[in-house]
Ligand binder design. Structure first.
Ligand SMILES: [Zn+2]
Length: 94
């Protein structure tokens, strides 16, 4: 048996998370919060406490590599992090 863990964006209920279409070479492409598409970082860990803790570390390391940032209220996806920057102020608390 394994335990599956996935990060969910804490900003997924914010207005900016809904995103919208961007046009690249005339082709529309939806950009929005990664959690809307279940695109968060995920990891399978074994069913022991030690394995679970190692899985969480791996999950957080992968998230940082992918551009997720940890805010005081929790992890937010790269899309929402970019929206916060545009509004003037994402900062990493991790
Ligand atoms: Zn998000």
């Amino acid at each position: 048996m394994s335990i599956f863990m996935e990060l969910r964006c804490e900003d997924s209920c914010e207005e900016h998370a809904e995103g919208g279409y961007v046009y690249q070479d005339g082709t529309p492409r939806m950009e929005r919060c990664w959690s809307y598409d279940n695109s968060g970082c995920g990891v399978h860990a074994g069913d022991t406490q030690k394995s679970g803790l190692l899985g969480i570390k791996e999950l957080f390391d992968d998230a940082k590599k992918c551009g997720w940032i940890r805010m005081p209220h929790g992890w937010i996806c790269p899309y929402c992090a970019e929206q916060r920057k545009r509004k003037g102020g994402a900062s990493c608390a991790a």
